[in-house]
Design a protein around this ligand. Sequence first.
Ligand SMILES: *Cc1c(COP(=O)(O)O)cnc(C)c1O
Length: 230
Amino acid sequence: MPHPTTIPAQLLQVQERIQQACVTAARDPLSVRLLAVSKTFPASQVAEAFAAGQTAFGENYIQEAVEKITALAHLPLEWHCIGPIQSNKTRLVAEHFDWVHSLDRLKIAQRLSEQRPDNLAPLNVCLQINIDGGSTKSGVAPQEALALAQAVAQLPRLRLRGIMTIPEPSENFASASKAHRDARALFDALCQSGLALDTLSMGMSADLEAAISEGSTMVRVGSAIFGGRA
Ligand SMILES: *Cc1c(COP(=O)(O)O)cnc(C)c1O
């Protein structure tokens, strides 16, 4: 008989994968955070994951996210925007999210900073980097990352935390690792240039072990927790 697949059981399985990857990489398991990517799944399933101990959730679609954030406002959840942000959505993002991982344009950063309400903490942001020049058009090119990071770091209502990458899917651990290694090298170079960064957001359901072995500090996991998406 196959095991029943429930959100708490799958969450535990992902936590164990992270734990094991940290052991293999000789890293402190507390140095990797789990972001549960709940896009397309209803608020009730987010609440289920919260009941099982998960507090940080990632969403791609702003309108869908705001509905869930509003419905679950009674829970102490941390919400991360990981999808593309159009100019006309920046106010919703600034007012409802705690983090943005998908920042790749200064104009969007300026709007988020201007629109971040005074009664909220600065918005935590990561720059999305197109690390392998892949067909996902989002993300700033690696050679433009430093200039954008320095400009974003000046914005008063944003707090620059690091970088995020979505490497092209790859068949095996070794080829996944190249993009992760490049991202880690860029992260280190930005830190050495004087930026105080603490977040390397990389690794998803399929590649979290490879990402952790190359230094990821936050893995964004959807289907391995909530199941397949339509
Ligand atoms: C959907 C998504 C994820 C999660 O992907 P899974 O393969 O379901 O774990 C992570 N990051 C981003 C940016 C996503 O869009």
